[in-house]
Design a protein around this ligand. Structure first.
Ligand code: ATP
Length: 314
């Protein structure tokens, strides 16, 4: 649906987006994830035709955005990082104004507002002044604005920024609901948000894509498999390490804690798909160690994200 080829943006001589290429399929919810200053907003502004790239190409449904800017903008709804709302207007008046701007015929405006009011749960605030709304309600009005023209593609820049935990859950739920029918691209610097909301995550750092795929696959590709945590008594760490590292699927063994009463807690790093739990159990059984605790945890996604974006300068 969207084809992005070597998209590049320079601000002066600073390269904010550096040869990004990606394809977005119809109906996907894509999270553009990256630390502050990674180039997310700049990428979204180019995708929505807000400003042109320095280099590279964007095609939407096989039409170039530079050749058909108006047509493509009509296919998109955009919620910028900070919504430029008219604070003195009532929500209803504001959305009517947006409907007029979007060219919705007057006979259809009321039905459109009714639909969006239901979708974004706005009925109780339709006659409130925008300036009196909480940030979460503001974002819902912003989403209704972005959805006004019934766009095929919805682009949302940090839609949960500055919201409280309840509002975050609400907006994520709304994005998922909208994503059942539309293609959604949204940016976030919150890993758990991307994981909770998206089909696919594109991780961007210093203007470059450093990972693209399902979070689970990104974790696997980063070589981050699972970690086994075990606590044993009656064992010396060094001999335990040698025995455990001899097992297929155990890459390394690290000491986490050694207590005064002789217990040692260790972690066993198991890359990719390896699951050597049975072999570890049998190895321990063949010794006189006493197994007190044994569990397996997937490598924290935070550590994958940290590895991929550790050179971030912001
Ligand atoms: P954030 O999450 O902090 O909004 P971001 O990932 O959206 O970050 P951008 O806003 O796209 O990142 O900025 C990317 C880089 O480009 C940053 O280093 C930023 O300082 C720089 N930048 C953004 N806009 C401009 C501008 N108009 N002129 C010069 N530099 C800019």
């Amino acid at each position: 649906m969207i084809h992005v080829d070597k998209l590049t943006k320079f601000y002066g001589d600073f390269c904010a987006v550096d040869h990004i290429s990606l394809d977005v399929r119809k109906g996907e919810i894509i999270g553009l994830l990256g630390p502050n200053g990674a180039g997310k907003t700049t990428t979204l502004k180019m995708l929505t035709g807000f400003f042109p790239p320095t280099d590279g190409e964007i095609r939407v449904m096989d039409r170039s955005i530079s050749e058909n800017p108006l047509e493509i903008k009509q296919m998109m709804g955009y919620l910028p990082e900070s919504s430029p709302f008219y604070k003195d207007m009532l929500v209803y008046d504001y959305l009517m104004y947006v409907a007029r701007m979007r060219g919705i015929p007057s006979s259809e405006r009321h039905a459109r507002l009714k639909y969006l009011s239901g979708l974004c749960s706005l009925s109780a605030i339709m006659h409130k002044s925008i300036g009196d709304l909480s940030k979460g309600l503001n974002q819902r009005v912003g989403l209704a604005h972005a959805m006004m023209g019934d766009p095929e593609i919805l682009v949302l820049d940090e839609p949960t920024q500055g919201l409280d935990p309840n509002q975050i859950v609400e907006i994520r739920g709304l994005i998922k609901k909208i994503g059942q029918e539309k293609t959604v691209i949204f940016s976030t610097h919150i890993l758990s948000e991307a994981e909770a909301t998206c089909d696919r995550v594109v991780i961007i750092n210093q203007g470059k894509i450093v990972a693209d795929g399902k979070m689970e696959d990104i974790r696997e590709n980063a070589g981050k498999g699972a970690v086994l945590h075990i606590t044993i008594a009656n064992a010396e760490f060094e001999s335990a390490r040698l025995k455990l590292e001899s097992i297929d699927g155990v890459a390394s063994v690290s000491l986490v804690e050694k207590t005064d009463d002789g217990l040692i807690s260790v972690t066993l790093d198991c890359p990719n798909d390896a699951d050597p739990r049975e072999a570890v159990y049998l190895k321990i059984k063949s010794t006189d160690w006493i197994l007190l605790n044994f569990n397996r945890k997937k490598e924290a996604l935070e550590s994958v994200f940290h590895d991929l974006t550790r050179n971030s300068v912001n």
